[in-house]
Design a binder for this molecule. Sequence first.
Ligand code: UDP
Length: 538
Amino acid sequence: QSQELSQAQIDYHAALQALVEDGTRMVCTGRMHTDRICRFESLCYSTEAEEFVYFHSNSSVMLPNLGSRRFQPALLDLSSVEDHNTQYFNFVELPAAALKFMPKPVFVPDVALIANRFNPDNLMHVFHDDLLPIYYTMQQFSDLDLEARLFFMEGWSEGVHFDLYKLLSNKQPLLREQLKTLGRLLCFTKSYVGLSKITTWYQYGFVQPQGPKANILVSGNEIRQFSKFMTQKLNVSLEESSSEEYIVVFSRTINRLILNEAELILALAQEFQMKTITVSLEEHSFSDIVRLISNASMLVSMHGAQLVMSLFLPRGATVVELFPYAINPEHYTPYKTLATLPGMDLQYIAWQNTDREDTVTYPDRPWDQGGIAHLDKAEQERIIKSTEVPRHLCCRNPEWLFRAYQDTKVNIPSLIHVIRQTVKSKPGPKKQKWSGSLYPGKVRDAKCQASVQGTSEAKLAVSWQIPWNLKYLKVREVKYEVWIQEQGENTYMPYILSHQNHTFSENIKPFTIYLVWIRCIFNKNLLGPFADVLLCST
Ligand code: UDP
């Protein structure tokens, strides 16, 4: 990967003239700073001021043109974490004429994606906040192809997982520190600023306790396409037909340990009659871990960032997440949410240590490794006595850190019991046939015919045609939902029907107008759209 910016591709004088005459042009998508991504031509960056610069000229464009709302609180989020006040992007404005008095610009010829990594030392954050959002931001804009260059502006050094970021493009990603070596005023010929949040599924608890995002917009399909891309880029060969099934225990070696790992491995191997292996980030290469997880039937691990690797598991596999004492699995669900995304097709099981005897605490460690010695005695005592960490905000809650960094002796019978409640026979990649969840279209040609019997009884015969897409699909079960609502009333009578016509006589009054809503349902839970409402007068 080439580190230098190739100036050969640039006609310097033409580029400079264009910058002076045309200035900066910006057009963004998104209505709010939290969903905005901006495309720029001739966006510059002063490595001395450490600020982006927008040059005004006769041809410059700024959309949205927010005036001072651009600072309330920012133009956009540079990282994929929503509205984090350390991750805002903005620029300083200058007239293009000021260029005469400024350092000679150095032009960046590559199409650039400019963003912040959120926490490049933590594997969960690397995948969830950076790699997936970068990958799908690049899919959104066609000139962000493999020849695009990533610029990471958060100010961190490469970090332990930098090799993963390098897989996303053929050009070496550049860090904020490195920009200084390129020049005093950098000008990006074409750039995109900001990251798509469309693939993120978890919020870390900055404003409310952590949990799944309120409106998840990603499915297992997109996660798996990303995993496939990464697997290919890592040159991992997937032996599709390798027949031996096995369990992977993903262990941590520094903290939050499983104290009886050997016993655990033996027990799993015996219970499921499968080879059981351990991997760890310390002892295995990333490619080896991906290769092993990609063919595993079950992944067992302590709660922790390494569990994000379950996005490499094959469909049908089982994720078993172990929680230390006093940590309620329902309150920490980044990996449960991932595993249970629709179409991820993983089974998720949580086990918690509920036995004080089986936990080892570290009150005397530094605070960031869960030590509590710095707290006053009463607070220390309260924490030690407590049987569950109350819900809390990110990121420095000492009670949470104290419990999160316990080591655990896993109670084997209890764990096997919990797994067995879900995994009845052998775990593992079922060669299940694709049961993609496609939704029905609207029912068609809906009609109604009323008949009145006497002064108090009436009937409503309603019929419709199947949704247009059904004739191309194999659907296990097709049902129709019909709502009958008297005009002007708030309530309605719901019916679930198997046929394409039905005569309603219950509660149907003569000389009344009814609104009839009809939709198709595939396989019990795939609800289609309602067809245009039908007006029926008895
Ligand atoms: N980590 C590891 N082995 C360990 C402890 C941590 O590989 O024994 C990794 C972990 O997977 C994560 C990073 O180090 O990528 C930071 O771990 P931390 O405990 O801070 O975060 P958590 O795993 O709780 O998200």
